[in-house]
Design a binder for this molecule. Structure first.
Ligand code: HEC
Ligand code: HEC
Length: 587
């Protein structure tokens, strides 16, 4: 009898281990049906990396994708990241947002419950007027923003209403965004997939220019990428459309105002001799022509006064960003080495944490597989087979854990731009308030945590799970309940999560090396910008993220709690947000 039991346990342990092998065992998902568009993958990666880091992409010429994804693929800025109060400088005492007199008991007295969100500062609220070809940015004017992002009569940058997740390993997500609205199927021009029935691109075939539909599965990163550039909170002035953005970008020299390391793993061979941007012979137009089949850009004609290449710019952009981000895979953590048989790769405490993660704490109900999320392409192909209800299909891996009250953010319970439910099974229980389970890799560096950014440390996250969530009313996903773990067990789980960090991310080594970036980090109180075009905008603080080559930085990335405590400002941490920009981007 005892024999049998231990045999069974050993058998299940072996199965569990197989279910969570190294990420190296998982093929990187590739978009279906895209070979017809692409003729040079290396050029596509180059194009994608330049576009991701280029400050010229935003209407103001100062906002890149990386502005909100510069730090282990996420954003840990310290000032003006809250939706309220505006322009706050964050400190440790602001966290957790929902503070309890007894952190082990979610029904104990609430000391504080801050319903604001730690988002990412995006762009000022401005109206687009025209392209300014002389300086490569957009012209526009300040819109009154009295109601939301204004202070002392001046507009501040708008702040997103969710925390920015990491782009590293996002290629494994079946759908992207916290609510899944970046669809698995890319339609060539918007995030909404097949729901956007008007989406077409132009193809030039047998001397004729034709409208064609794009229908590419496993391309959620392409669907995602075509959202922010024309979004008037994140990157653009209000009213900018994709063909106009294409018209401006196709003429520009990539990264013209930013330093690039000569040994950058992708951009290095093409760096300009003064080390700023790529070589003058290269424009975004020339990179598009190298990367994509001529049928998609060669016609002299186009649509609505735009050339074919300008009309198809969203297609190029989406596929290039999908390709670059599909190289951002961190599959060499101590956990991966341990899972591949190196029993010394994790400490005893981390192994104890792993056993709790898969055992008593049941974290892997949702954080399953080598991706540490059941919201993965792998789980989708497996028909929702890992965690979640069977046949969850495209909703695989979306759960409610009680981070905020139901009515604060419906998550998967919301609708797309066309009013369609984001859930494929909208009447199922627990769709309302469900969010995509994040993969936990490099989690040490991507605080604050959760869709609202309400927890500063992994210890706080552990306390949250230990008490069974903060807002259980309305129902919780499987395995979220009071865990009664003691301090040693919680510490072991935290130690285990730190075994999911890849040193290449921690030290920004290839493929996680990157160009220089200047990012706004809060506003100067009551001061007006020196930019004479925008008299209603507040002045701001700019900090530098230096260019890093393929060998990486000497200092490890700063964690969010180190930033809050000012640890690393002496240079002992990378991206410590107190380095001045080499040029003042406001001039
Ligand atoms: C102003 C800040 C900001 C900018 C600029 C920005 N993002 Fe994001 N990003 C966010 C936020 C916030 C979210 C989460 C939004 C949500 O889920 O509703 C997000 C989500 C994502 C995700 C989804 C990851 C996941 O796990 O769901 C990816 C991928 C991503 N962004 C890539 C990009 C790319 C590519 C660009 C440029 C085209 C970009 N971002 C520009 C803030 C930003
Ligand atoms: C019911 C499914 C489920 C279970 C069980 C679960 N998680 Fe999560 N986890 C999620 C979801 C969904 C989120 C995002 C929630 C949100 O932001 O609203 C999340 C978020 C997190 C985050 C923050 C990630 C980030 O990028 O912000 C961490 C860390 C985490 N979980 C660790 C754990 C640990 C450790 C356990 C076990 C004690 C656990 N989870 C159990 C579904 C789950």
């Amino acid at each position: 009898m005892f024999y049998k039991l231990s045999f069974c346990l050993a058998f299940f342990a072996a199965v569990a281990l197989q279910a969570q092998p190294s990420l190296k065992s998982i093929p990187v998902p590739q978009p279906i049906n895209v070979d017809q568009f692409i003729r040079d993958r290396a050029a596509l990666t180059l194009l994608g990396k330049a576009l991701f880091w280029d400050m010229q992409l935003g209407s103001d010429g100062r906002t890149a994708c990386a502005t909100c994804h510069f730090h282990a693929g996420a954003d840990h800025r310290s000032q003006h990241q809250l939706t309220a109060p505006l322009n706050a400088t964050l400190t440790s005492s602001d966290f957790p947002f929902h503070a309890l007199s007894d952190p082990t008991d979610n029904s104990s007295t609430v000391l504080r419950s801050n319903s604001s969100i730690y988002g990412s500062a995006g762009t000022f609220r401005r109206k687009f007027t025209s392209i300014n070809f002389s300086n490569g940015t957009d012209d526009g004017y300040d819109l009154s923003d009295v109601a939301s992002f204004a202070l002392d009569g001046l507009n501040l940058r708008q702040v997103t209403t969710r925390n920015s997740p990491s782009v590293i390993n996002a290629v494994f997500n079946a759908r992207n965004f916290w609510d899944g609205r970046a669809q698995n199927v890319f339609n060539g021009s918007s995030p909404s997939g097949i729901a956007d029935s008007a989406a077409t691109v132009l193809v030039y075939r047998d001397g004729q220019l034709l409208s064609e539909k794009v229908n590419s599965a496993n391309a959620s990163l392409a669907s995602q990428a075509v959202g922010p550039p024309t979004n008037n909170v994140e990157m653009s002035y209000d009213g900018l459309k994709w063909p106009t953005l294409g018209q401006r970008m196709l003429t520009l020299r990539p990264l013209a105002h930013q330093r690039v390391a000569v040994d950058d793993s992708v951009l290095g061979p093409f760096v300009n001799s003064n080390a700023k941007g790529l070589h003058p012979s290269i424009t975004y137009g020339s990179l598009v022509q190298t990367a994509f089949a001529p049928e998609y850009w060669q016609s002299p004609e186009g649509r609505d006064g735009f050339s074919q290449a300008e009309v198809n710019f969203a297609l190029f952009f989406g596929l290039a960003l999908q390709q670059y981000q599909s190289t951002l895979v961190s599959d060499d953590s101590p956990f991966d080495r341990f899972a591949s048989g190196d029993t010394t790769a994790m400490t005893q405490q981390q192994i104890m944490g792993l056993n709790l993660f898969r055992g008593r704490a049941e974290c892997n109900t949702c954080h399953s597989g080598p991706e540490f999320t059941a919201a993965s392409v792998g789980a989708l192909l497996n028909n929702g087979g890992r965690g979640g209800p069977p046949n969850a299909g495209p909703d695989t891996g979306f759960f409610r854990t009680g981070v905020s009250p139901l009515e604060a953010d419906l998550g998967l319970g919301g609708v797309d731009d066309f009013g369609n439910p984001l859930s494929r099974n909208p009447n199922a229980p627990n769709v309302q308030g469900a969010f995509k389970t994040p993969g936990l890799r490099n989690i040490e560096f991507t605080g604050p945590y959760f869709h609202n950014g309400g927890q500063a440390t992994l210890e706080q996250v552990m306390e949250f799970y230990n008490r069974g969530g903060d807002f259980p009313a309305g129902g919780l996903g499987p395995s979220v309940r009071r865990l009664n773990l003691n301090a040693n067990q919680r510490a072991a789980l935290v130690a285990f999560m730190k075994a999911l960090s890849d040193d290449r991310v921690k030290f920004q080594r290839a493929p996680f090396d990157h160009p220089e970036l200047c990012i706004p980090n809060g506003h100067t109180n009551s001061a007006q910008t020196t930019d004479a075009r925008f008299t209603f905008s507040a002045d701001e603080n700019w900090v530098a993220i230096p260019a890093i080559g393929k060998a990486g930085a000497e200092a490890p990335l700063q964690t969010f709690d180190e930033m809050l405590e000012g640890v690393g400002n002496d240079g002992s941490r990378a991206n410590h947000l107190s380095q001045a920009c080499p040029v003042n981007p406001a001039n």
